[in-house]
Design a protein. Sequence first.
Length: 415
Amino acid sequence: MPELLQLRPPGEGPEGGEAPPGIEISPDFREFRQAESVDQMVRLAREVLADPTFPTVRAWRSAGGKAVGCFPVYTPQELVHSFALLPVAMQGGGENLEISRADAALGSFLCSISKSTLEMALTGRLDPFDAFVFPYICDVSRNLDGIFTRILPQRPSHMLHLPQNFTSPATIPFLVAEYRSLIRKLERVAGRPFSESDLRASLEVFNTQRALVEQLAELRRETPWKVTLQEYYLLLRLGGLLPREVHIPLLERALSELKRRDRKNKDAIRVIVIGPFCEQPTLELLQLVEDVGLYVVGEEFQMLHRWCPQITIGKDPLQSLAAAYVRTPVDIGVRSTPTTKGAAVLSRVDATNAQGVLFLTAKFCEPALEDVVLYRRALEGRGIPYLHMEFEEKSTTYEQARLQLETFVESILFD
Ligand code: SF4
């Protein structure tokens, strides 16, 4: 193994010293089960996200569970859950992770999430995971799967091939076959065989979560003054980190409070945000978007919950899972539907009554950047204003971003 890809012992920090210990969460997740207010939930979410040692996964393990890291954008979480494994959204290292080893191993022209994910693997921060799934969404994710196979050989890594032809009769059988190949690895990790009835039960759990996520998105769409962008984002983000049986009642309590909130409509400009479907923008950037006077009424955050509104569970649940993925029209950067993307962005603008579009794309994210070209053409054809900004996981200054956003707002206000 080349020197650059050697692992540091767990617990050893990137500079060779002790890694920060990270926050501790009770094995029964009582902090989250007992969180009554949205403020409490959001505070907990901030703490969890600020800690790149996956505290929710460590808590799950301390109760004897096993966990599977799922790289964005789409992994059939229901399958993982059906084996009583915790599917965990691996969405980068965030702002608090110092990159040192991965920078030396990967080119400087790659997105931040690829480097932070590798950094976490090289520095033992992914030790609480038993397996990893990398959907083939781009060359970067494909290569990460190969690298993980080499550097963490004791823990299975699986590359999930996803279809890009959504009209062929062979597409659903192809995806079912892909799921079966993943199942074989999950059976080894879980030490138990696949069960259709367990998958059916898991599909029900995730359908419940999806319905609540949609309620939250609708609340944000219809009454964006009731839930801030950061609150909305953090409540969604918890959904990929907590056991779903903990997240579902938490979201129910949050919705109940948010619906009753009495806040004033600020008359901000309604926009949709396109691009952050994989790497995640910083919380500061989200705050800035709202501070300058924008209401985000549609976005691509946390698509793992939002591939389809509901999965119709038929006789064969594996087939149902594949059919839902294939038949739900989702136009985001990692799904190849070039002929419909222009129409899709316009229909999203219309459906949300948006006054403009904010492209927030991760730096060096090819799938997102390629789509911006298609979207812009359609928007220009209708005279809909847009702004394109790039972000990275770690940003130190937001002055330039603030200036761009303020100019965008003014251009709409004084048009
Ligand atoms: S941010 Fe873009 S380029 Fe990077 S892994 Fe995600 S989809 Fe691929």
